[in-house]
Unconditional design. Sequence first.
Length: 218
Amino acid sequence: MAKDTKDASNASASAPLGPPWVACALLTFIMDAADKAVLIGDLEEEYRLLSRHSPRDAQSWYWRQIMRSAPHLILKRLQSLKIQPLGLAFVALLGAFLLIYYWDIWIARSAARTFAAMTNASSYFYSRAIYLLVQMIGVAIGGGLIAFFTFSTAVPFISNIAYRLAPAGLIVFAPTLLAMINPADNYPLSFRLLWLSLAIPSLIGGARGGVWLQARHN
């Protein structure tokens, strides 16, 4: 009897644990109901096979699969919920605004500071050039996000620019426009104008990329 209890205890200890519950909850939340049974079952089966060798590697693998699949699953879930165009436009606009704002703080400025530290540059010219270059990438991604979710395939690209991207751009660029009127930092007006003159074509170029992605998705 004691031997049977010990064997059962060893079997329980060697049995692989289930996937992280937080990851499972997140996956369940973002998935469409029709896909839940198949996808969760496949992931759990693969997770248990991996966890026999390394539970830590299995957990890392599970999280990677969720992060890799999340954008597609979220988009599919939004479509299944039949979100109204106005609500979807608001979500896309808010997402673009936050992306550009935090891209500026976390990526563009960090890139400029890193460049200045590596080169020991005495002038701000090259650091600001790096900042502008990296920041325009973020602006282009924001434009692509707006176009992907809001542009209509039934009208020409230029009409989408005029009726969808232009109003969104006014909101996205509002902090820069306000800073030009009431500056709160050391950036001169000429730099703000340069930023704006680069940001507008970057936003449009990003929108073109968003239209291309939209066509591929459809």
